[in-house]
Design a protein around this ligand. Structure first.
Ligand SMILES: Nc1ncnc2c1ncn2[C@@H]1O[C@H](COP(=O)(O)OP(=O)(O)OP(=O)(O)O)[C@@H](O)[C@H]1O
Ligand SMILES: [Mg+2]
Length: 340
C-alpha cells in the first residue's frame, strides 16, 4: 500500500485523505492538514506527535468540525461509526459533539465559560444531551466531579472557573467531556499547561476514564515521553502530513523517519541505540510556504537530491509500519517481494 496510511477494518474513527486549508489571501493558502489518513479502533489510544505547527490541532478540530473561516475542509472524509461527518449539518454535528465525540483542550479557560459556575456548565450539558431534570443533573454533576477525583465536589459546583487551579480546571473539563459517555475522546495537549506531577495525574485519570467507559482516546502531544507511556499507536506529523505511523513499541524500537529520530533525540533516556543526530535545527515550515519536495528536506541530515524535488509517498515497510521517506524505498520493495 503506497500513499495512504493503514485503513483497518471496522474502525471507530476513519480519517481519509483529509485536507484542511486556510485561505489567507488570494495567493496565500495555508495547507495546515494536507492529505492525512488514519483510523482509531474502539478502545484504542492513538497519539499524534509533532512539533508546533505540524498540524495536530487542525486535524483534531477538523474531526470535531470546528474549523472556522478562512479555514475549510477541502477534501477527504471523516467517518465515526460508519457515519460520514463531512456531510452533517451544524445542528447534527452539535448533537454528535457531546454524545459521541468530546474534546479536551490545552487551556481549559478557553473552553469553560467564565461567567457560569462549574455546576451550571456541567448541568447544562447533562440536561441538553442526557435529558435530565435539574435535580438529576445536579446529582450527576457532583458524581462526575467525584469520578474525576474532585473531593470537594459539592462546593466546587458553586465556584467559577477562575477560582480553580489549572489541574482542577482540567479535571472539570474531563468531567464535562465524559459526561455523555462519548466513544471517542480527543485530548489536545491536555497537560502542557500543568506542572509535571499534575500532568501525570491528569493523564492517568484520562486512561482510567477511558477504560471505565470503554472510550477510544486520540491524544495529541509534542512529548514522546507521554506517547511511550500511554499510546498504543503513534502518528508522527510534519508539515501537515503523517511522516511515520506504527505501534508505539515498534516506532520507538525501529524508528525510521529522520524527523522521528530527531524527536527521540530530545529524550535521551527513552532510547539508547537511536542514531545520534543532535537536536533538529530549525522549525516546521509555515503551512503557507511548504517546500516543493520532502517537507522535512531543509532540516534533514540525510537529504538527497531527489528529496529536494519531490515529496515521498508513505511507504509500507512492514504490515504495521509506514514511513514517508526515500531512504526506505528499498525496504519497501523487499517487503513487497517477500509478500508475493
Ligand atoms: N486560523 C489559522 N489561520 C491560518 N493558519 C493557521 C490557522 N490555524 C492554524 N494555522 C496554521 O496551520 C498549521 C498547523 O497548525 P496547528 O495549530 O494544527 O499546529 P499544531 O501541530 O497543533 O501546533 P502546536 O503544537 O503549536 O499546538 C500552522 O502552520 C499554523 O500556522
Ligand atoms: Mg496545537
Amino acid at each position: 500500500m503506497i500513499g495512504v496510511s493503514f485503513m483497518r477494518p471496522n474502525p471507530l474513527l476513519a480519517v481519509n485523505q483529509l485536507k484542511t486549508y486556510f485561505y489567507l489571501d488570494q495567493k496565500k493558502i495555508a495547507k495546515a492538514v494536507d492529505g492525512v489518513s488514519f483510523t482509531v479502533q474502539p478502545g484504542e489510544t492513538v497519539a499524534i506527535v509533532g512539533e508546533s505547527g505540524s498540524g495536530k490541532s487542525i486535524t483534531a478540530l477538523s474531526i470535531m468540525k470546528l474549523i472556522e473561516k478562512p479555514g475549510e475542509i477541502v477534501e477527504g472524509t471523516i467517518t465515526l461509526n460508519q457515519q460520514d461527518l463531512t456531510n452533517l449539518s451544524a445542528k447534527q454535528m452539535t448533537k454528535l459533539r457531546g454524545n459521541e465525540i468530546a474534546m479536551v483542550f490545552q487551556e481549559p479557560m478557553t473552553a469553560l465559560n467564565p461567567v457560569f459556575t462549574i455546576g451550571n456548565q456541567l448541568t447544562e450539558t447533562l440536561r441538553k444531551h442526557r435529558s435530565m431534570t435539574k435535580q438529576e443533573a445536579q446529582l450527576e454533576a457532583i458524581n462526575l466531579l467525584k469520578t474525576v477525583g474532585i473531593s470537594r465536589a459539592d462546593e466546587i459546583i458553586h465556584e467559577y472557573p477562575h477560582q480553580l487551579s489549572g489541574g482542577m480546571r482540567q479535571r472539570v473539563m474531563i468531567a464535562m467531556a465524559i459526561s455523555c459517555h462519548p466513544k471517542l475522546l480527543i485530548a489536545d495537549e491536555p497537560t502542557t499547561a500543568l506542572d509535571v506531577t499534575i500532568q501525570a495525574q491528569i493523564l492517568d485519570l484520562m486512561v482510567e476514564m477511558k477504560e471505565e467507559l470503554d472510550m477510544a482516546l486520540l491524544l495529541i502531544t509534542h512529548d514522546l515521553g507521554i506517547v511511550s507511556e500511554y499510546a498504543d499507536r503513534v502518528l508522527v506529523m510534519y508539515g501537515g502530513q503523517i511522516v511515520e505511523e506504527a505501534p508505539t513499541r515498534e516506532l520507538l524500537r525501529t524508528t525510521k523517519h529522520p524527523y522521528t529520530k530527531g524527536l527521540l533525540e530530545s529524550l535521551p533516556n527513552l532510547k539508547e541505540d537511536v542514531d545520534r543526530l543532535g537536536t533538529i535545527k530549525g522549525t516546521v515550515p509555515p503551512a503557507y510556504d511548504l517546500p516543493t519536495g520532502c517537507r522535512f528536506y531543509t532540516r534533514c541530515p540525510f537529504a538527497m537530491e531527489k528529496c529536494k524535488h519531490s515529496n515521498p509517498d508513505l511507504i509500507e515497510i512492514t504490515n504495521n509500519h509506514v514511513v514517508r521517506c526515500y531512504l526506505y524505498e528499498k525496504e519497501e520493495m523487499q517487503s513487497v517481494e517477500s509478500n508475493t
